[in-house]
Design a binder for this molecule. Structure first.
Ligand SMILES: Nc1ncnc2c1ncn2[C@@H]1O[C@H](COP(=O)(O)OP(=O)(O)OP(=O)(O)O)[C@@H](O)[C@H]1O
Length: 235
């Protein structure tokens, strides 16, 4: 771990839904460090996805500042934010968002065709243990395999940051563990700063640090003195 790659200062997010204001983030200060694997843990509606979307440049904070290194994301225009996302961030979501008519390799190729310094799609798929599934279509893959294709797609552009929103939310424990193993392997192999959102408390054990959320606020940050390998975690 080294200096902060992200700094959040007094970040708020207010959604205004026809007169009712929802304070999704109610003043968040958080540093995230280069190379760390952080788990954001909290109940449904506590603001985890909102925070991840702001870090990933998918959304703007209502107030406060968010820096990625020296870049203040909170003041970037849409086109600069799109460049930031394209060049630096890989996303993995709960539902894999693969294109059904494309093979695993072609799904990854969608990203490598437009990235600046991508790895070959076959290499990205090998990293997540899918070198034997290159020509399979999503419907021919299990949920866990589809999620690993989504991880391969996210890392094929060699992002500095990997943001995962409930990556095991749709998976059973055994398959979820394989997905977490792939995520941990990427973090260790490439030093990719990795943030994993979950409401599953068991997953916190694989993190360097655990950030707890409640009602749009951080209620605690813990450092894990001993981390567990995902294969030693079950739920
Ligand atoms: N686009 C939106 N419009 C209005 N309210 C929203 C919007 N997105 C999120 N919210 C609200 O903001 C709050 C925080 O939501 P968020 O999705 O960040 O929580 P979460 O901790 O990620 O929850 P979950 O684990 O269920 O995904 C919730 O009350 C949610 O209903």
């Amino acid at each position: 771990m080294d200096r902060p790659i992200f700094r959040m200062q007094a970040v708020t997010k207010v959604y205004d839904t026809g007169g009712t204001k929802v304070h999704a983030l109610a003043g968040v200060d958080l540093d995230l460090f280069g190379g760390e694997l952080a788990v954001l843990l909290g109940p449904s509606g506590s603001g985890k996805s909102t925070l991840l979307n702001i870090l990933g440049g998918l959304d703007h904070a209502t107030s406060g500042h968010v820096w990625f290194r020296d870049l203040d994301l909170s003041v970037l225009k849409e086109s600069a934010l799109t460049r930031y996302r394209r060049d630096h961030v890989g996303f993995v979501f709960q539902f894999y968002n693969l294109v059904p008519s494309l093979s695993a390799r072609e799904n990854v190729q969608l990203v490598t065709d437009v990235a600046r310094h991508p790895m070959p799609p076959d290499e990205a798929l090998a990293l997540v243990g899918l070198d034997h599934r290159l020509d399979h279509f999503p419907a021919e893959l299990s949920g866990g395999e589809q999620q690993r294709v989504a991880i391969a797609r996210a890392i094929a552009k060699r992002p500095e940051v990997l943001l995962c929103d409930e990556p095991t939310g749709a998976l059973d424990s055994k398959t979820g563990v394989q997905v977490l193993e792939a995520i941990r392997d990427i973090n260790e192999r490439f030093g990719t700063t990795t943030i994993v959102i979950t409401h599953n408390a068991a997953i916190r054990k694989m993190a360097h640090r655990v950030v707890r959320f409640h009602d749009g606020r951080i209620t605690g940050v813990e450092v894990n003195q001993t981390r567990l390998a995902p294969r030693d975690i079950s739920w």
